[in-house]
Ligand binder design. Structure first.
Ligand code: NAD
Length: 283
């Protein structure tokens, strides 16, 4: 049976470190401040924002949610991002995705000043990642995955890593990060022929497809490390990962649970990057 890569427990340790650093450098009045742009009433987005705000509170951060109606004009959201960019008391700004169709979901997140981009998703952050520059914020989910693997002392060098999914927020950046840690990376996607055959030779498998139980247990190479970023809530309220957990755990050496694996690492990474921004601006 595989060892659980416990994101909740790993996040709890990082929370302690962050709280200590906040207390050492800030008073409650000038604590790190996270500003969230939320548009419309998408229940999943509202729930993600609540989770992030709760964690911010737990760590002694200040936080602000700018919540707009679903039919808000693009210029109004732009003006709010500009105001956050200019506000010396705002350390981190992020735009919760997805946005309603009439808004530009590329331009708006990119309007965030790179030095306040704790979500690590602006062109500047992605470009820095591609060029291997280390002085920039990084996309939170992939950075969180790397932190989780490091917390379990998993060496990445030389591993055959297979990533399923090529999104900008998970698949592409995790592939670059793994490559940077000297893994040999294969990227798979919807047009990949014979996904099972790629998975079967993966020492490390990272799945970010958003397709419940796409990866079957008997595809997994015995002794593999399995990271499941998938998070799909079905109408009955059950949360599914992209990997058949029970069957995969019989063959893998390490596996992330869903929930409780990658999700908590994403949130804590956002907090860590908010703290880093606050320290750089005002510490
Ligand atoms: P996305 O829809 O933007 O991208 C999915 C990718 O998977 C695409 O590149 C597509 O080619 C590939 N894919 C989809 N179905 C496939 C299939 N059957 N075979 C092979 N490739 C396939 O999704 P995303 O934003 O990258 O998110 C992926 C999953 O990760 C979702 O379930 C999402 O909820 C979850 N996620 C979780 C966190 C977290 O913090 N826990 C953060 C981000 C995303």
């Amino acid at each position: 049976m595989a060892i659980l890569l416990d994101g909740k427990a790993t996040s709890a340790k990082l929370q302690e470190e962050i709280r200590t650093r906040v207390q050492a450098h800030f008073t409650p009045e000038n604590a790190p401040r996270l500003c969230v742009i939320l548009v419309g009433e998408n229940p999943a987005s509202a729930s993600y924002v609540r989770t992030k705000c709760k964690m911010a509170e737990k760590l002694g951060f200040r936080h602000e949610v700018y919540h707009f109606d679903a039919d808000v004009e693009q210029s109004v959201v732009e003006a709010q991002i500009d105001a956050c960019n200019a506000d010396p008391q705002c350390d981190a700004v992020f735009v919760q995705l997805p946005l309603p169709k009439h808004l530009d979901a590329v331009a708006l997140p990119n309007r965030v000043r790179p030095d306040k981009d704790a979500d690590g998703l602006t062109r500047a952050a992605m470009g820095a990642l591609l060029l291997g520059e280390s002085n920039s914020f990084q996309p939170c989910t992939p950075r969180g995955v790397i932190r989780l693997l490091q917390a379990y002392d998993i060496a990445l060098e030389g591993l055959d890593a297979v990533v399923i999914g090529r999104s900008n927020i998970v698949g592409k950046p995790i592939s670059l990060m793994l490559q940077r840690h000297n893994a040999t990376v294969t990227m798979c996607h919807t047009r990949t022929r014979d996904l099972a055959q790629h998975v079967a030779r993966a020492d490390l498998l990272v799945v970010a497809a958003g397709s419940p139980e796409l990866v079957k247990g008997d595809w997994i190479k015995p002794g593999a490390i399995v990271v499941d970023c998938g998070f799909t809530k079905t109408p009955d309220g059950v949360i599914h990962g992209d990997v058949d957990f029970e069957a995969a755990a019989q063959r893998a050496a390490y596996i992330t649970p869903v929930p409780g694996g990658v999700g908590p690492m994403t949130v804590i990474t956002l907090m860590e990057q908010t703290l880093e921004s606050a320290l750089a601006h005002r510490g």
